[in-house]
Ligand binder design. Structure first.
Ligand code: SAM
Length: 295
């Protein structure tokens, strides 16, 4: 019979994932979210999910697959799993040269072209804990200045991770989220209480958050059309098929003169989409072009 110590050690040890179990799990994850685990990333999934199995006191991955796919808790477990496996790394004013292109080139043109309707809509897709949509709100706030009161500005932030969206909704951040933010912005748009920085209420009120899986094309449709979509640093986790689906979904959700910003290590090259890159270095910005000819 095992003694108490060895039992404890056993129960906290991460279970081992076999190659077959890896294949089953990565297919389930891909089908549900489009997140693709290549052959050499088994250890990543194992280290992230191992903790979840320990929390659930589940001893092996076959049991976990059943828990995830059959029975009353399966939807909740998918959410728990996404909370564990998604990489939520982000910061305010992440990749400033690109944001400068948004603020100095794209935004002024939009403000001019929408001056009659005075309505602009932005979508930060896969926004993690909200730093990206709040950054856009700050840029729009300082660009419009006093004119903001005459405009209807809507900024939507969506993500697959409920946990990340909880932080976003709170509008409360630590210094780590502000590591790429200059002092002037910190003073103007945040108030500090101890270790926490809270977003200015005006900026907070400009952004709305919703849970959305980028696989859910119909779910995205209900948010209507946008003038600009930011989708940065998530498509690196997708394969070409999923990237193609997501980017074409963005094309459907964009106004005819809308723009799409992607991450600096991402590209639309090789994908069949109605976008052309704007020729500005560091922009990683694409303009929607005339509809694709019907085949
Ligand atoms: C690295 S963060 C990027 C955050 C922000 N866009 C940025 O660039 O700073 C990637 C985010 O993508 C989200 N994500 C991954 N797969 C997703 C999916 N299928 N649908 C929606 N969000 C997803 C993750 O939860 C994570 O918060």
């Amino acid at each position: 019979m095992p003694d108490a110590i060895s039992t404890t050690v056993q129960s906290v040890k991460d279970p081992v994932m076999s190659a077959a179990q890896f294949d089953r799990l990565r297919k389930i994850i891909y089908d549900r979210s489009g997140i693709h685990y290549p052959d050499n990333k088994k250890y990543v999934l194992e280290s992230r999910l191992g903790r979840r199995l320990v929390e659930l006191d589940i001893e092996d991955y076959d049991q976990y697959v059943s828990f995830l796919t059959i029975g009353p808790y399966k939807d909740d477990e998918f959410q728990e799993m996404f909370n564990k496996i998604t990489i939520n790394e982000t910061s305010f004013f992440r990749n400033e040269p690109q944001l400068d292109v948004f603020e100095r080139t794209i935004l002024p043109k939009l403000i001019e072209s929408r001056s009659a309707v005075k309505r602009l809509r932005f979508w930060s897709a896969a926004c993690s804990s909200g730093e990206e949509p709040f950054t856009l709100a700050m840029q729009i706030h300082r660009s419009l200045g006093i004119r903001l009161q005459d405009w209807k500005i809507e900024i939507l932030g969506t993500d697959i991770s409920e946990k990340a969206l909880e932080v976003a909704t709170s509008g409360k951040y630590t210094d780590y989220s502000l590591r790429t933010t200059n002092q002037l912005i910190k003073q103007r748009y945040f108030s500090q209480q101890g270790l926490y920085f809270t977003i200015d209420p005006v900026i907070r009120s400009m952004v709305h958050f919703e849970l959305l899986n980028l696989k859910d094309r119909l779910g995205a449709k209900r948010f209507g059309k946008f003038d600009v979509i930011f989708c940065r640093n998530v498509m690196i986790y997708f394969d070409d098929a999923m990237r193609g689906q997501v980017v074409n979904m963005f094309a459907d959700q964009l106004a005819d003169d809308g723009s799409l910003f992607i991450g600096h290590s991402e590209t639309l090259r090789g994908l069949d989409t109605p976008f052309a890159q704007i020729p500005v270095p560091q922009a990683f910005c694409y303009q929607k072009v005339a509809s694709k000819p019907v085949m």
